[in-house]
Design a protein around this ligand. Structure first.
Ligand code: 9MR
Length: 581
């Protein structure tokens, strides 16, 4: 009897919840239950955030039913709190006591709301794998073929074997218009260009993620062409898939070094391509201006790669070490060549209007390059130079500030721990999402899902490894919960995952493919600056709050693009958590 009434009850509520989602479809936020939509491991903290409509709302009664319709947990949510960013009110329900694998429905009768969730072993294994496989889809200059394509085969685009040296990068040896070959590498993002600064940061996070979880990555099969053919020589061990994928980009980076050691800032078309397939793109591509930032990020990447690939490919490592040293020497001679696209366009033609990745402070890039060169060579001079360049103020690592990567490499943990503690203190006192993320207006900027949230999670994993303090592990998991649905919009921000995934990213590869959106990509996330508002039909709801400034709409490049530097943080975080399970 109890079972039957339970079933009717659940069916009715689920119907209501479906209606509610349908009504909300024109809006950018979901129904009132926000939670990780991919799954929890049995022993993880499990919470959901419930939007309620006033600060006076009494704590909601919550029921959790198993797949058979039996109530397996019942409890009451927390007192109501106000979200410091939006002023909206919500409660938290904590059902961590559940510890059995299964499918469940969380029901809130007073709100006529229901949400499904699962508890399973290794819930982030597939997420990690797909987030890494996203890079295979991003490969330029080669056909993406089955069985590796897993449904997303396509023709190669951008052979990049006939790239012109732009006037801004001309030298006596390579005058303007010189043809160079620079094939391979990953497309940066939703666009088809290839940028060294962003690639360098991505490789840094990538190879450090590998160093932190070697055993895990050594056995992770990505189903890429190198999974079976990647052995560079019969005498060396098989390159793990994760390192083989990275090598596809590192080898491209090597082609971006000029004969004098300097490194081109980017390889690009003058203007962004339309939303067409790679093989339809016919615009001429150029390598433009050698910059100090690109050259130093390159030097750091090559020095790091020379260390990491040592057991696999000695010939490559020797070449990488030389490339790193000559790039560093160039940077010493050219310490202030910044990428100023408007100024460049005044002087040189054709005009270039694609992504800038401009950075007018290269002290942190010197610090990272010198650190990696020191770790590679053991030479004291590099160590001393690194010390002089270490920035006084701590900044979390992003493409334009790589000092923290050097701090991690050198084991300079105090500043990282102090910075983390200030976030965790704030999270405990004010965060309605019980995440060390998303408490202030300025937490919601271009790419914040990665550069704020995932990166914070990675810092927590680093701190957990150092201290063993459980609070760091829990907060790393909370960051991932945020990405997977426990956030202000109720989206799972990873394509192809969860019950309400990001589905229309600003991503030419997805848009132009007959099969549509590729799985495993992280969207940039809510961005209070909304630089894309009113362009190409992008319309944010009136008075939208910072944490809801997100549109799952392809033209919304400022909130819904995908990039390599963001995806690397997604898999580094999910792999770090998966590796502990
Ligand atoms: O991630 C970059 C973000 O920090 C900048 O504010 C923004 C505007 O300059 O550019 C972002 O990078 C884009 C790059 O310039 C071109 N490829 C897509 C990148 C993600 O939107």
């Amino acid at each position: 009897m109890k079972r039957i009434s339970n079933r009717l009850f659940i069916a009715g509520l689920i119907a209501l919840a479906v209606v509610q989602v349908a009504c909300n479809r024109s809006n950018n936020v979901s129904g009132p239950i926000r939670m990780n939509q991919v799954g929890f491991a049995p022993l993880q903290e499990m919470t959901a955030t419930i939007d309620v409509d006033s600060l006076n709302a009494a704590p909601c009664e919550v029921f959790i039913l198993n797949a058979a319709g039996d109530t397996v947990w019942r409890g009451v949510a927390s007192a109501t709190m106000a979200n410091p960013v939006s002023g909206k009110t919500c409660q938290i329900v904590d059902f961590s006591a559940l510890d059995s694998v299964g499918e469940y429905t969380l029901i809130i009768p007073s709100l006529s709301a229901a949400a499904h969730f699962i508890i399973k072993d290794r819930p982030y294994k597939e997420l990690t794998r797909k987030a890494l496989r996203a890079f295979y889809y991003q490969r330029a200059s080669m056909d993406i073929v089955e069985p590796y394509a897993e449904g997303y085969a396509r023709k190669a685009g951008h052979p990049d074997d006939h790239v012109l040296v732009h006037a801004s990068a001309a030298t006596d040896e390579r005058p303007e218009g010189t043809v160079i070959s620079s094939p391979g590498g990953w497309y940066d993002a939703g666009d088809y260009n290839k940028y060294i600064v962003n690639s360098g940061y991505t490789m840094g996070v990538w190879l450090m993620a590998y160093e932190m979880n070697k055993a895990y990555f050594d056995t992770l099969n990505l189903n890429i062409p190198e999974s079976t053919t990647g052995n560079p020589s019969p005498v060396t061990p098989h390159v793990p898939d994760m390192l083989a994928e990275a090598m596809y980009n590192i080898r491209w980076m090597m082609t971006m070094q000029d004969l004098d050691g300097g490194v081109y800032h980017k390889l690009t078309t003058p203007n962004f391509e339309k939303f067409i397939r790679p093989d339809q793109c016919k615009q001429q591509r150029y390598v433009v201006l050698k910059t100090t930032a690109a050259t130093l990020d390159f030097a750091a990447t090559m020095a790091l790669a020379a260390r990491v690939y040592a057991p696999y490919d000695p010939a490559f490592c020797e070449q990488a070490a030389e490339a790193a040293e000559s790039a560093y020497a160039w940077a010493l001679e050219h310490p202030e060549v910044y990428y100023d696209q408007p100024a460049m366009n005044e002087e040189f033609k054709p005009e270039i209007t694609t992504g800038a990745y401009d950075d007018y402070d290269v002290q942190d890039e010197f610090y990272w390059a010198e650190t990696e060169l020191f770790l590679l060579t053991g030479e004291k001079a590099f160590q001393e130079a690194a010390l002089t360049h270490r920035p006084k103020e701590f900044t979390p690592a992003v493409w334009g500030n790589v000092a923290e990567l050097a701090d991690i490499e050198l084991g300079n943990a105090e500043a990282i721990l102090a910075h983390l503690q200030s976030y965790l203190d704030e999270a405990e006192t004010v965060s309605v999402y019980r995440s060390p993320y998303g408490n202030r207006e300025d937490d919601f900027f271009w790419g914040c899902n990665s550069e704020g949230c995932c990166w914070r999670g990675i810092e927590c994993l680093y701190a957990y490894r150092l201290t063993g303090d459980e609070k760091y592990r829990i907060n790393a998991e909370r960051c991932l919960n945020y990405i997977l649905g426990q956030n202000s919009t109720g989206y799972c921000y990873v394509t192809g995952f969860g019950t309400r995934p990001t589905s229309n990213p600003h991503h030419r590869l997805s848009y132009s493919h007959p099969k549509g959106t590729h799985p495993g990509f992280l969207a940039g996330g809510p961005n209070r600056e909304r630089q894309d508002a009113e362009t190409d039909g992008v319309k944010y709801p009136k008075d939208v709050t910072a944490d809801e400034s997100y549109l799952d709409y392809q033209p919304s490049y400022a909130s819904n693009e995908v990039t390599i530097n963001w995806n690397v943080t997604l898999f580094a975080l999910s792999a770090g958590i998966d590796a502990m399970q």
